[in-house]
Design a protein. Structure first.
Length: 111
């Protein structure tokens, strides 16, 4: 009776530890690395420059089929730098596509 319990535990452990394959269809809202057409650089905030603040800002941009930015969400980074990066990304343009896409971006600020 002990052997079936051990076997059941072993099978359960294998099932839980085996990676689950992802579906083959790509979600329409995931990043597809669309080609950037226009990407003006963000302004380096004066206060950040004065205190020699540097860093990376991570953003997620929702891009419409026509290539314009619909929304920008800050995912990480210094708030002072993030605001400047967010304003710049709103002006970026991507190549046209059939669907909206989500583009993951990193902008580095170095004084």
């Amino acid at each position: 009776m002990k052997a079936p319990c051990v076997l059941a535990f072993f099978l359960l452990a294998i099932t839980l530890l085996t990676p689950i394959p992802r579906g083959f269809a790509q979600d329409e809202s995931t990043s597809r690395a669309r080609k950037l057409v226009k990407s003006p650089k963000p302004d380096y905030p004066a206060l950040a420059r004065k205190i020699s603040l540097s860093g990376t800002v991570r953003l997620e941009a929702l891009v419409e089929p026509n290539g314009s930015v619909k929304a920008v969400e800050v995912k990480g980074g210094n708030a002072l730098l993030a605001q400047s990066a967010q304003f710049a990304v709103r002006e970026w343009k991507w190549a046209k596509s059939e669907h909206e896409t989500t583009e993951i971006l990193e902008i580095r600020f170095v004084p």
